[in-house]
Design a protein around this ligand. Structure first.
Ligand SMILES: C[S@@+](CC[C@H](N)C(=O)[O-])C[C@H]1O[C@@H](n2cnc3c(N)ncnc32)[C@H](O)[C@@H]1O
Length: 200
């Protein structure tokens, strides 16, 4: 049976099995490292869930900073890779759109990095609803949203605009920050945005 947004778990597995996936930069995203160069009132070591964690580099980085991290991915090969990379990481193999109600209000932060662009466009609202359900009151969804390109139908990664993103989180979150990071990796330069959303 095909479940919501789960159409392509097997396709992701296939890419992982074929070798090094193109998106895996084998280290945390530089803009996440840069976050810790300055003090941010909204950022405190607390519980965090990493959506579509892949090889787990970002999740591990936040764990090293003192966060209580849970990393989730629906591809068994991603979970295997993350476990191999970081045996101590808390991992869940599950569809991010199906974590509610089991994990409702358990996290202070939801971390995004090239997962939103992997979710079929018709499930973008469900992604936001899921993040909203998992967060505690006053929690934050933050991270690197990709790829801000002129509209096209090709994906994943699916292109998005600020208007489309706003439509997806309308009524669930307020926009607290939005900028183009200085140190994006490779072809992501100018095509990803750091976005901070606060749960309403
Ligand atoms: C482009 S990769 C990014 C991986 C990682 N965030 C990184 O930056 O290296 C997208 C990841 O999201 C996972 N993914 C896509 N849709 C998902 C869903 N509905 N639930 C859980 N994981 C999902 C894929 O299996 C894949 O590992």
């Amino acid at each position: 049976m095909r479940t919501k947004g789960n159409e392509k778990a097997e396709s992701w597995d296939k890419i992982y099995r074929e070798g090094k996936p193109g998106w895996d930069i084998n280290k945390p995203a530089p803009p996440f490292e840069d976050l810790f160069q300055n003090k941010h009132d909204w950022l405190k070591t607390a519980s965090l869930i990493s959506f579509g964690c892949g090889g787990g580099h970002d999740a591990n980085f936040f764990a090293q900073q003192g966060f209580d991290v849970t990393a989730v991915d629906f591809a068994s090969e991603a979970i295997k890779l993350a476990k191999n990379n970081y045996p101590e990481l808390k991992l869940i193999q599950k569809n991010i759109l199906e974590l509610s109600p089991d994990y409702d209000q358990q996290f202070d932060y939801v971390l995004e990095h090239t997962c939103f662009c992997a979710v079929p466009i018709e499930h973008r609202r469900s992604y936001m609803e899921s993040a909203h359900n998992l967060l505690k009151a006053d929690g934050y969804l933050f991270g690197l949203f990709y790829r801000f390109d002129p509209p096209d139908q090709d994906g994943p990664p699916y292109a998005l605009s600020m208007e489309e993103l706003e439509k997806a989180y309308e009524g669930l979150f307020t926009l607290e920050d939005n900028y183009i990071p200085k140190r994006s990796h490779g072809r992501r330069k100018q095509r990803e945005r750091f976005i901070l959303l606060k749960k309403i």
